[in-house]
Design a protein around this ligand. Sequence first.
Ligand code: SF4
Ligand code: SF4
Length: 451
Amino acid sequence: MKVIAEANQGVLKILARFNKKAEKSRLMHFVVETPVEDGVLLYNLLTFEMILLTEEENRLRNDLEYLKNQWFVVPENTNEKELADLVKMFTDTKQDNLEAITGYTIFSTTDCNARCFYCFELGRSRIPMTDETAHKVAQYICDHAKGKSVNISWFGGEPLINQTAIDIICNDLIKNGVEFKSSAVSNGYLFDESTVEKAVNLWNIKRVQISLDGTEEVYNKIKAYVYKDTNPYYIVLDNIGRLLEAGVAVNIRLNMDLYNAEDLMKLVNELAERFAGQEKLSIYANHIFEGNIPMAEFRTSEEWEQRDVLMCKLEELIEQKGFAFKSGIAKKMKTNHCMADSGRAVTILPDGNIGVCEHFSEDEFIGHIDKDSFDESVIQRWKVRSAEIPECAECALYPQCIRLEKCANDRLCFTQRKNGKLRKVQRQMRNEYQRWIEKTEVDETEDLDFD
Ligand code: SF4
Ligand code: SF4
């Protein structure tokens, strides 16, 4: 047995008051397992410890003393949800409540140069941020960052349609000595050579998320760009290459639906041929998200089953090609769901309205850049968590599961969504293990060097 990631000592201290002795033992519900070449990885989502067992040890795991001592194996009658609730109570720190705002999602425009049929912004107003508002946004950031470095995400519509607003904000922040770095959610069409140069040097851009819906024909049809006589698919692929060459990380998001799932497999193969070995390129797949309708509510359970099979295939291919996210396992308790309940991040709309969720560009605002106060009732509405469901009691994800009532993405829990999250944890476990192997190898090399 090998310890790959140490347990969180604070959590172990909280758990120390409980008795672990019993006749009959079983694996704790919060332990996730995944096979690797050298055995089986077990990761405890309550204590954050991860271990590697050989096949033999894994067969005998319920009797291993170390696993009993470290909460991988517990007495059969353990109510681990109670244990997790206690740990959560100790670790659920109070959020700052917008004292220093260090995360900004800025809508430079709500207009777009593409016309995707699934866009959640369809039917909403298409307005650009004026130069005057852009100056005010920069001033607002200066006033609210409280001397801290800020992260900006350029969002839209297509944020690059209104580069003037982005330029103004960045120039003003630089003049005022505010440290910042940025990212963008973009369709990638406008990242030509001069824009990439400006994005790196002026916008301090580190990452761009670009959605691709299929190979050439499918992509061009779905995106339905407003430009005539161009081949957007190849323009965007060239631009992805340009960003990577400039050292900007690119996350390609594949919007999967039943009609394009097979084509997305082809796309991953095409991307792998073109961008093989690009460390800064990652690809991930998501089910197409339609507006703010909760995911579970607009598809039948049969369709979800079908989708889950296709999603698994797609995720496997992405990982096999080496483009899956490389993030490791969580090491501490989660205290918020996303920017909406973080107390440290806001969205700023082209007209200066301030919100907390990027999917709400027309309502549910908490304030405006011209005012200094916030609407506390809206802030609190965004923090309301979804109620637990009976399945939570035995769900491996429970210690880290937070869902928000207002989040269409995550309000409802259903089998396929849960399976997707479990697969993500298993991928993170494999990444963590890989890093551990590499670190071990590095350590060994260093030892040899010292010899
Ligand atoms: S809501 Fe779903 S994913 Fe979260 S703990 Fe409950 S059963 Fe698990
Ligand atoms: S859609 Fe959900 S996850 Fe995304 S910002 Fe809004 S509340 Fe958060």
